[in-house]
Design a protein around this ligand. Structure first.
Ligand SMILES: Cc1cc2nc3c(=O)[nH]c(=O)nc-3n(C[C@H](O)[C@H](O)[C@H](O)COP(=O)(O)O)c2cc1C
Length: 215
């Protein structure tokens, strides 16, 4: 098993897979990596459908602009987000857990510092919460990807879905749970070259380390 730095270095988007099934134990390890991801206020809005069935993968390929590797993958994780994670009721439960586990040991649910989290309507406004729910879900998805790499598997994110509703209908995903994308995972011989990345200077908004003159 690779270390975290090794998995970060080695990961590539892999778009060609061997037709070999992935053992359930590995799929469960990737799901466990997702489950352990951090999220704002421990909201955990991520939801998944695990697809290994050949016919379902074929249909997913069709619904993802015919990207062939979706069908070839040993397993496809369809990742979704559940806005009910942001309802007042759920927020109160999460906040109570944080109080109980000592994160906010000095508070209770009626504390003025806690109320802004817990006094939420029970029907969260999607326009406000969707960006947050999406960001939190993506963290869990990257945990799947890095765990796949650590297990010696290839993977590729798939945001390119042509018909999200068709994916939902096909997999029986309940209304209110939004399909965001897929991750295709499988055994691969393919070792793609590293894609270029912006240099550090371009992603830093001020130099680091700072010179004495910049301080
Ligand atoms: C949110 C997201 C959506 C993506 N969607 C697709 C996709 O639909 N098809 C595809 O081939 N690659 C997709 N990719 C992979 C990117 O093209 C890839 O990560 C990027 O080119 C950098 O290459 P690397 O992952 O090999 O480092 C997606 C990646 C992310 C993070």
């Amino acid at each position: 098993m690779l270390t975290v730095p090794e998995a970060i270095q080695k990961r590539r988007s892999t778009r060609s897979f061997k037709q070999v099934p992935i053992p359930d134990e590995m799929i469960l390890e990737m799901l466990e990596a997702a489950r352990l991801a951090p999220s704002g206020s421990n909201s955990q809005p991520w939801r998944f459908v695990v697809v290994t069935d050949a016919e379902e993968k074929k249909e997913l390929r069709r619904l993802c602009f015919d990207q062939a590797f979706v069908e070839e993958a040993g397993v496809v994780f369809v990742f979704c987000t559940d806005l009910s994670a942001y309802s007042g009721k759920t927020r109160r439960t999460r906040m109570q857990e944080m109080i109980d586990t000592g994160v906010f040991a000095d508070r209770d649910l009626n504390d003025s510092r806690t109320q802004r989290y817990t006094e939420m309507p029970d029907e969260p406004d999607p326009a406000f919460y969707l960006p947050m729910a999406t960001a939190n879900t993506y963290i869990a998805v990257e945990h799947i990807v890095l765990m796949a790499t650590a297990l010696g598997l290839g993977s590729c994110w798939v945001g390119g879905i042509s018909d999200h509703k068709a994916v939902r209908d096909m997999l029986g995903i309940p209304r209110g749970i939004m399909v965001l994308g897929l991750v295709a995972v499988g055994y691969t011989d393919n070792e793609p070259k590293a894609r270029p990345r912006l240099p550090l200077e371009e992603i830093l908004l001020r130099p680091f380390p700072m010179s004495e003159d910049d301080k």
